[in-house]
Design a protein around this ligand. Structure first.
Ligand code: ATP
Length: 300
């Protein structure tokens, strides 16, 4: 695997405010990375440094073997900033064509690529509309289309689906999923279930520090946990589940949800759980192998 982004001892201050402190991580080619953390954790600052919009106070960032601001990265890294703006006076097609030509495409290629990316975000029908005539969600999708112009190797999307209705949010998730592996994505979002479905790596920032860096999110976390949602969950159920062979810990994470930690035993735990539920005539809503990203990050 090739490392496409390497960040070492990164720090960024705004005056006396320390926004990032000693951040270190590596991202491999084709990873889909979730950048998560509470408000003010430093996500946008980190994005801005990787894109070259901001300079760090100290530390290094290496992208495809180059400094963030260097010419060889032109066209290889693109980004959708959180507050991306379009010019309201021009049509969607004209703006995207302009950005494509800025990337060095001739007029004909720029038009073809504009049409390609508009199709990807399902907006071909508004190509001739001015961006001021579009809804917020449509403008967001135009900005995503812009980030996909050319053939970027790395795409950073800050809150790509924020403000989109469920159908369009799903379409954008499907689009990202379809490009997974070909493009290295870094996605920032407060929607953990969305990131969980799309990402294989998570960077968790808290108060400017990277407090968790997990690779192979799904592979490493599955297997030793089961997340169980029960109807009318009560203490007796938790206690009986805790007594099953192989179970090492049972934690209630929501009013109807248990996260069960276990070590492998000859009988699969999901089977013994189902038998126990059936025997006691309890009703379960869902049994899932592994833990949700939310439980991985916020429940010890
Ligand atoms: N231009 C700036 N001037 C001063 N302080 C700033 C500036 N930009 C960010 N900060 C501060 O740096 C810290 C990190 O901000 P940042 O915007 O990177 O957080 P974030 O994780 O993106 O937050 P959110 O989830 O709310 O978008 C915050 O304390 C913020 O107030």
């Amino acid at each position: 695997m090739n490392t496409v982004i390497e960040v070492n001892a990164l720090a960024k201050n705004f005056g006396s405010k320390r926004a990032l402190s000693d951040v270190n991580f590596k991202i491999e080619q084709g990873n889909t990375v979730a950048l998560v953390g509470p408000n003010g954790a430093g996500k946008t600052t980190l994005f801005s440094i990787i894109c070259g919009y901001l300079k760090p106070n100290s530390g290094t960032v290496n992208i495809l073997g180059h400094d963030p601001r260097s010419a060889p990265l032109f066209n290889k890294l693109s980004a959708l900033p959180q507050d991306a703006q379009l010019d309201p006076k021009f049509s969607v097609e004209k703006q995207l064509r302009f950005f494509a030509q800025l990337q060095g495409m001739d007029k004909k290629t720029a038009l073809a690529d504009t049409q390609r990316v508009l199709e990807l975000v399902d907006l071909s029908q508004v190509a001739q509309s001015k961006t001021s005539e579009l809804s917020h969600g449509m403008r967001k999708r135009v900005c995503i289309a812009q980030a996909l112009l050319g053939s970027p190797e790395i795409v950073l999307l800050d809150e790509a689906t924020a403000g989109l209705d469920p159908k369009n949010a799903k379409a954008i998730r499907n689009l990202i999923a379809s490009l997974k592996g070909q493009i290295t994505f870094i996605l920032s979002s407060h929607d953990l279930s969305e990131l969980e479905r799309l990402c294989d790596t998570v960077l968790y920032l808290e108060q400017g520090k990277l407090s968790s860096h997990q690779s192979d999110l799904h592979q490493t976390q599955q297997g030793s946990y089961i997340t169980l949602q029960m109807l009318n969950l009560n203490d007796e159920m938790s206690q009986k589940i805790a007594q099953l062979k192989g179970v090492t810990n049972v934690k209630q994470t929501q009013s109807d949800e248990l996260v069960i930690e276990y070590t492998e035993y000859s009988e699969p735990l999901d089977l013994s759980l189902l038998t126990l539920i059936h025997k006691n005539q309890w009703t379960y809503k869902q049994i899932v192998n592994g833990r949700t990203l939310e439980n991985q990050l916020f429940v010890d």
